[in-house]
Design a protein around this ligand. Sequence first.
Ligand code: HEC
Ligand code: HEC
Length: 302
Amino acid sequence: MNLKTKSCATFFLLIMILYLISCKKQIPDAAIFLVNNCFQCHYPENTREIAPSFPEIKATYMNKYQEEQDFTVAMLGYIQDPKPETMLDQTWQNRYGVMPKFAYKKEDLEEAVKLIYKTDFNSPEWKATHQKILKQNKELNPDKPFSELSKEIADKAKAELGKNLLNAIQSKGTLGAISFCNEKAISLTEEISEKLGYKLKRVSDKPRNPLNEANTEEKQIIEIFKIQLKAGQSFKTITRESWELKQGFYPIVTNQMCLQCHGVVGKNISALTYSKIQELYPKDKAIGYEENEIRGLWVVEK
Ligand code: HEC
Ligand code: HEC
């Protein structure tokens, strides 16, 4: 090989590498956020319809708000505080109930809403991106740092549990859904994380199932999250890594949907529901919650 062909080959190699890097970067973070946190309900696979689809929601918003600024402000406002009165299409309430309020980071939501405005969810480009993310999801990238990977697992578990709960409540009513608020409801996330050697558990300082009682250290972490929530801060990720054990702790926050089983008896929890709960969990402590309180922790362990 002479010098010219050599430098030519190096040049092409460089172009190839640059091309590969740019391919990897093509999927915007907001798209991954949307698929991992919103699509469980808004684009459910293998289950019945749980929420209006994004194309339907987008069309409804576009009808009222043509300007990007108005569109994003209105949508962001709703997601941060979903209420029947402010629902844009009132028929959604009878069809689906109200979207549960989740503690998302504001910056993540802003990017997600911008993406909703820009994206044609029926376009081949979006469909390709969606498939890519789903594929990546099936094989959580084990090279990512533990703090990122464990957060991804906790996010997925949260959305998956939310979806399965809402689905169960919509189709079977609160009583029928009681058996769903257990770990079986997150089998998909568990399956993926187990493949990577991760363990996922839910613990609480006021457990319903005594097996889910937080240990002393977990209770301290719950107190830290309570303080952060009270101070109106966004939650700081808490991870701990020693060479034999890595742990990530993520808060579980209540929303309106939880109160029918974890709220105040007589006010949010019906007598019938509560008698069923007591029958199954005679030592139940998990009542008396209001919206936006720390209900417990996801603990991701490796
Ligand atoms: C646990 C299921 C669930 C998850 C997860 C979920 N949603 Fe929803 N969403 C619903 C349901 C049900 C409705 C329909 C009732 C309503 O409008 O509140 C809805 C409605 C909406 C609406 C219409 C608002 C309006 O004016 O009525 C928007 C916008 C929306 N969701 C965005 C999102 C985004 C963005 C995410 C992810 C960050 C998300 N949702 C995650 C269940 C969910
Ligand atoms: C339909 C009734 C129902 C609803 C709605 C419900 N839960 Fe539960 N929850 C239960 C039951 C039953 C258990 C006990 C599961 C078990 O045996 O592990 C439980 C357990 C839990 C636990 C594990 C710790 C413990 O107390 O045993 C957490 C955390 C939790 N729920 C959070 C929530 C959150 C957050 C919501 C709302 C997004 C919610 N739940 C909605 C019935 C419900």
